[in-house]
Design a binder for this molecule. Structure first.
Ligand SMILES: Cc1cc2nc3c(=O)[nH]c(=O)nc-3n(C[C@H](O)[C@H](O)[C@H](O)COP(=O)(O)O)c2cc1C
Length: 225
């Protein structure tokens, strides 16, 4: 078997920079400039080089450039976001922080479906036969698709291309709009494009919606005790 490549410290540092500087990009930051096929090809290649349970590669991608299709997906976002807004409203009695969250939520831009020149729907295609490694944890196939999405996100950032993940959608409506096979599951709807700028920190952190958790708050050693 051929041996894999060894990386230098400098190369590792570049990857670290890409990871730290990856951002979720919303519609207020996308430019209309077209994303070339070469870039799209690089993003899709990154996706299909992700790890997958039993090397099952259970992913399928729909590249969307058509404005009418984007508009239909945006309508699903609008519907779902209306419902989401109410959820934050219902927490009003909780007093302080959520009162602010209610008005902040209403002001948040949470997608870039029509602004981004390129949309990418990422699906999980379940296997009809048993998959090595997926016999106990059935979700391992879904996790594999998420690995592909993260690869896209990081590759895009390395190319200075912005990606925004939109999950405030009715997956069944999106499937219907895209004529997806019934057994497929929508995992992500991504908005992709050139950006005016990348934020240094997550927008939700900048806006005091959430804080980044410290390592010591989430890492345990040997057991939880
Ligand atoms: C599974 C998943 C779903 C997400 N859905 C949305 C979404 O619907 N709308 C949105 O604005 N951001 C969405 N995001 C982006 C997160 O808000 C973002 O990753 C987080 O705030 C941290 O910011 P950063 O990605 O810029 O580091 C999603 C991210 C993930 C991983």
């Amino acid at each position: 078997m051929e041996m894999g490549k060894s990386f230098t410290k400098q190369e590792a540092a570049v990857l670290e920079e890409i990871i730290f500087n990856r951002r979720d990009v919303r519609g207020n930051h996308f430019s209309q400039k077209e994303v070339g096929d070469e870039i799209l090809d690089k993003l899709l290649s990154a996706a299909i080089h992700a790890p997958s349970v039993g090397f099952s590669q259970p992913w399928e991608f729909v590249v969307i450039k058509n404005d009418a299709i984007k508009q239909q997906v945006k309508e699903s976002f609008n519907e779902e976001n209306q419902k989401a807004k109410l959820l934050f409203k219902n927490e009003k009695e909780d007093l302080s922080p959520n009162n602010e969250k209610e008005s902040l939520y209403a002001r948040l831009k949470l997608e870039g479906i029509t602004e981004a020149p390129l949309n990418l729907a990422v699906f999980y295609k379940p296997s009809a036969s048993p998959v090595l490694g997926q016999t106990s944890m059935k979700e391992a196939g879904l996790y594999s698709v998420v690995c592909a999405i993260q690869n896209i996100w990081l590759m895009a950032r390395a190319l200075n291309i912005g990606v925004g993940w939109v999950s405030i959608l009715d997956p069944e409506k999106v499937k219907c709009i895209l004529n997806a096979p019934p057994q497929n599951q929508l995992i992500a709807y991504l908005c992709i494009g050139w950006v005016d700028k990348f934020l240094h920190r997550p927008e939700l952190e900048e806006l005091n919606w959430e804080k980044r958790k410290e390592k010591q708050a989430v890492v345990y050693y040997d057991t939880y005790l």
